[in-house]
Design a protein around this ligand. Sequence first.
Ligand code: NAG
Ligand code: NAG
Ligand code: NAG
Ligand code: NAG
Ligand code: NAG
Ligand code: NAG
Length: 266
Amino acid sequence: MNSQTKMSLNATSVILIHLVVWSYLGMFSVIHGTLSDILCLRSVKESIEDPLNNLTSSWNFDNQTEGFPCKFSGVDCWHFDESKVLALNLSNMGLRGKFPMGIQFCSSLVSLNLSNNAFSGTIPSNISKLIPYLTILDLSHNKFSGEVPSSFSNCSYLNVLRLNHNQIVGNLPVELGLLSRITSFSVARNMLTGQVPGFITAKFKPESYANNARLCGTLELEFLLSISQHNSNNLCTNIQVGTLSLLVPKKKKKKRGKKFVIVFLQ
Ligand SMILES: *[C@@H]1O[C@H](CO)[C@@H](O)[C@H](O)[C@H]1NC(C)=O
Ligand SMILES: *[C@@H]1O[C@H](CO)[C@@H](O)[C@H](O)[C@H]1NC(C)=O
Ligand SMILES: *[C@@H]1O[C@H](CO)[C@@H](O)[C@H](O)[C@H]1NC(C)=O
Ligand SMILES: *[C@@H]1O[C@H](CO)[C@@H](O)[C@H](O)[C@H]1NC(C)=O
Ligand SMILES: *[C@@H]1O[C@H](CO)[C@@H](O)[C@H](O)[C@H]1NC(C)=O
Ligand SMILES: CC(=O)N[C@H]1CO[C@H](CO)[C@@H](O)[C@@H]1O
């Protein structure tokens, strides 16, 4: 063999090795992604109490053809025949237990709806690491307690955050205001205190904050504070939404066009 042939043989084998390695890595990442999503759903199922058998009856892991979890109730995949979970909607299933930490293995999850169940315990403080691409989170109408984690501010794709009707306490983290894509937000009916966050790109109505322990309004509530002739920005108000519109003077009421907001000054 002359040296030229040797060199071209070497080049060919290098290319071949590359092809083998890359296709192996490619295959590995596909299988790896899928396995991780299946592990995610298994773990979610195992960690949740399901007294009405809504999950148990549908989430069957026995026949593992590709894409099988996409037929589970409440599971949406990116593609119907690939087990990559896009969204989980487990609302209204009578579920109990803690926030399902196994969700962190659904690495492509963008939407999680656990509303109208009886989940309890705290919202994990590393939520932004658990579900980094989260765009929609609905935990409303449960029994979640503890505080709103400040790491929500690192869920930078978040559009919808619904935490209303729970037992959440403490102050709302000011960092929430950094969520630049937020379009829908509610923490109504909890036990929150302190300042309402100033969102940079959005403004939410008092209904988003109604019925809490002691939330202080600034932006949205400025006019309401002025009607009671207390102009201190630090004044706390108990935001209530109801039908007792008589407490708001008629003239101002008309100006605002909201009949049903009453503020009880404390
Ligand atoms: C597994 O599921 C696939 C698709 O739903 C079906 O075609 C196949 O017969 C099932 N295999 C077994 C062993 O049940
Ligand atoms: C979520 O699931 C509930 C109950 O199955 C259903 O009524 C609702 O339409 C679903 N919501 C979405 C956004 O898919
Ligand atoms: C969550 O699911 C419920 C249906 O049970 C639906 O009414 C609600 O709009 C969903 N939340 C979001 C943010 O889509
Ligand atoms: C999140 O925190 C829990 C403990 O609260 C831990 O078990 C889990 O590994 C953490 N996950 C990530 C992705 O940081
Ligand atoms: C957000 O992420 C950055 C970078 O990882 C980190 O330094 C910061 O502490 C996080 N913020 C919150 C509120 O968790
Ligand atoms: C969302 C859903 O499928 N809920 C069902 C859970 O199970 C109860 C009892 O079987 C049904 O009535 C619900 O419709």
